[in-house]
Design a protein around this ligand. Structure first.
Ligand code: DGJ
Length: 729
């Protein structure tokens, strides 16, 4: 079976014949070539048996072109050939000084590990390669799953102890990735802090190592497990971009290293900091998945490929997932001050706006009147809800909305019945202080009794009430991560077991309650990653809902995650940084994700309500395009006074342009905005949602819209508009 694929190269159309088999093996030369329409990846077995990386980049179709793996020459006794070859999954052994993929200590203290090829298996789109130490049966089975639609490779390893002695793993990374040899590369990564997450950084890669990581126990606000590397010349639409994202919600680490031999290598997986994992004979450890992809068309295509993979293959329900509903949540309006009457009044107003999912946030349980008490006591507070939650839920349902509930299952306040009953359930080092953050302690989810307790609490809530949605929060980092019930040399496994048990609870809950949806929140964007995405439907992007700040947070978020997963609320002003923007500006920012309203509706004027109702109606017309379409970041808020994003529906029938102006100067008009991703030869009906298109609504060809662009009228400070572009029949 052969098929044709065409690639646009400058103005030329180059068509090549591609073999429908995506993974090929050249038996004679021991080379594998994994190919999709977007990229190719090659590796081979070297003369001594080590697995070498050979190629990652634009698609190749001829395996014969790939040279067999060679042994490099030693440059000197200080520069051995092992440092010059690109080992696909290097053990720490022999003269290897770069970041290893696997580092172990045997029971007798021997720490040398040299991995050689044993055998492999190709099944459909998955290649499995088994490596084994040259001396004893310690194995690393490498998995490569290729997604044919995006070319993205999912890599992980399974480390197996087939010896008769226990061994200690000090580092088990998911994968090492290699850029084509050379220098001049540039790294893009996301950093931040609470209320300022996912800020995009770009910096040159020089010799040495740059590490982004979390040692916090959860994914963290400080770095997000995503990277992109280009040759220093890529932009949104052009240039080669290699990118990757790690699927792990605990301590993680990605190191980007340029060796003295002009080689950039990226190694990532569970953090090696405070890491130790014992494998008894016959035991194994599976590392988290590390996804990697390649784009020939800049950062824009890189993120579109990731978006497609996430929506189709990672998030629950895949392509069959329902569109994210419009949500209401009163947290910013009422904080802990929730009550049946108050929530009912808000629900009534929310339903009139067109809201589809009503969520009660913190404060509904135990003695939870502020953040000093109650976490852990997941029974309804009878002062606030004298008749339990059922009357409110029934009322919300009668208004045509689903009901959602906030929970923070991993935490306890010391002032709670749960902590009084089980002080040993929190992570701790006996006899030492227990650091409280937000007056709370972390339950040791690594313990199976704690895991089962939490599952039962949530299962009971989901079984007793008609709950469609949990907002699962997590409001502090780990400290004193002791697990005193375990043998001393196994206590550090808390970092791994905690996350595995978290995933286990989520999987069991979803299995038992198939309609249940979950939002991953950690004081805003502290738990956003592809590991948790397998179990959740949305991420809470940031506690910072101030619209202008959000533009940059959302820009960073969009590098790695699809808009469908980005909760975006419209809230009241002045917001946390003291800034006030118009209600329509706030809506337009939030319309670019999974829309929510978090304002105090009791204080809205009739005009506010009318505007909000209209814009929620507009959102419902465009949300398929926003949530499931292709995103083109046209102008960055980091670089321009006027920023713009465009979303194009997968079937090409609709596009939506969002434009935001920070402040005009010298009475200059906003720049022309050239659209992307349209059909040049098609005609479109173009209309601003608020009459801010110069010259008013009109028909225009795709060619005109992409070559000439649209003139929007943005004259004020914090001015914004959206333009809907519909393909004419
Ligand atoms: C932190 C979350 O990010 C907020 O949205 C809110 O749910 C509070 N926790 C509640 O305590």
């Amino acid at each position: 079976m052969r098929r044709f694929a065409c690639f646009v190269a400058a103005a030329l159309f180059a068509c090549v014949i591609m073999d429908a088999q995506n993974i090929r093996f050249d038996q004679a030369r021991k080379i594998w070539l994994i190919t999709s329409e977007h990229s190719s990846y090659a590796m081979g077995v070297g003369p001594s048996g080590e697995l070498q990386h050979l190629y990652w980049g634009a698609p190749l179709w001829r395996i014969e072109d790939v040279p067999a793996a060679q042994t490099a020459h030693d440059i000197s006794s200080f520069d051995p050939h092992e440092m010059i070859e690109n080992e696909e999954y290097p053990g720490w052994g022999g003269p290897r000084y770069y970041e290893p993929a696997l580092k172990i200590t045997r029971a007798d203290g021997d720490r040398d590990l040299v991995l050689h090829y044993v055998d492999h298996r190709i099944e459909s789109n998955e290649l499995t390669v088994r490596l084994r130490d040259i001396h004893d049966p310690i194995e690393a089975v490498l998995h490569y799953r290729m997604d044919p639609a995006t070319g993205i490779l999912e890599r992980f390893s399974v480390v197996e102890n087939r010896t008769k002695q226990a061994l200690r793993i000090e580092s088990a990374q998911s994968a090492t990735w290699y850029m084509p040899p050379g220098d001049g590369y540039r790294l893009s990564y996301l950093s931040g802090r609470w209320a300022a997450e996912t800020q995009l950084n770009r910096e040159p890669i020089h010799e040495g190592m740059k590490v982004i990581e979390s040692r916090l126990g959860h994914t963290g606000h400080n770095f997000n497990p995503w990277f992109a590397i280009d040759r220093g010349d890529a932009d949104e639409a052009h240039g080669h971009v290699w990118f990757g994202a790690l699927a792990w919600s605990g301590n993680w680490r990605i190191s980007v290293e340029q060796t003295p031999y002009r080689q950039v290598r990226v190694t990532g997986g569970m953090n090696t900091f405070d890491f130790s994992y014992t494998l008894k004979p016959g035991e194994s450890l599976r590392t988290p998945s590390f996804y990697g992809g390649f784009s020939e068309r800049g950062f824009g295509e890189a993120s579109r490929l990731l978006d497609d993979l996430e929506r189709a293959d990672i998030a629950p329900h895949g392509a069959k997932a329902r569109l994210r509903p419009v949500l209401y949540n009163s947290w910013e309006a009422t904080e802990f001050n929730v009550s049946e009457a108050g929530q009912k009044a808000l629900a009534e107003k929310a339903a009139k706006l067109g809201v589809e999912l009503f969520v009660v946030d913190d404060g509904w349980f135990g003695k939870r009147n502020n953040d000093h008490a109650g976490l852990g006591d997941w029974f309804v507070n009878r002062q606030k809800f004298p008749n339990g939650l059922k009357p409110l839920i029934d009322y919300v349902n009668s208004l045509g909305m689903d009901f959602g509930l906030w929970v923070e299952p991993e935490m306890v306040n010391p002032d709670s019945d749960l902590y009084r009953a089980h002080p040993d359930w929190v992570m701790n080092f006996p006899g030492r202080p227990r650091s409280e953050l937000r007056n709370q302690l972390v339950l040791n989810l690594a313990r199976d009794d704690v895991r089962d307790y939490i599952f039962n609490v949530l299962d009971k809530l989901a079984s007793e009430y008609n709950i469609r949605y949990f907002k699962w929060d997590m409001n502090r980092t780990f400290a004193e991560p002791g697990w005193p019930e375990m043998a001393p040399d196994e206590q550090k496994e808390i970092w791994v077991q905690y996350v595995q048990n978290l995933y286990d609870i989520l999987a069991r809950l979803r299995g038992k309650h198939p309609k249940l949806e979950i939002e991953s929140c950690s004081g805003g964007g502290g738990r956003i990653d592809l590991g948790i995405l397998r179990y959740v439907d949305e991420f809470w992007t940031s506690d910072n809902t101030e619209a202008f700040d959000r533009l940059r947070i959302q820009e960073g978020f969009s590098q790695a995650y699809a808009a469908r997963f980005m909760s975006a609320w419209v809230t009241d002003v002045p917001n946390m940084n003291g800034r006030s923007t118009s209600l329509s500006y706030r809506f337009l920012v939030a319309l670019q994700g999974a829309l929510g309203v978090g304002a105090n509706l009791n204080n809205w004027s009739a005009e506010d309500t009318t505007l909000a109702t209209r814009l929620i109606g507009t959102y419902k017309q465009i949300r398929e395009t926003v949530q499931n379409g292709n995103l083109y970041r046209l102008r960055s808020p980091r670089e321009h006074d006027t920023s713009a994003n465009e979303y194009v529906a997968k079937d090409g029938s609709q596009a939506v342009l969002f434009a935001f102006r920070h402040s005009q100067q010298y009475n200059l008009p906003a720049p022309l905005i050239e659209l992307q991703g349209l059909d040049e030869r098609a005609t479109y009906r173009v209309e601003s949602i608020d009459n801010k298109l110069a010259g008013g609504p009109r028909e225009a060809s795709g060619a005109w819209l992409m070559q000439h662009g649209l003139q929007v009228v943005l004259k004020d400070d914090f001015d914004a508009t959206a333009v809907i572009v519909r393909k004419s029949d």
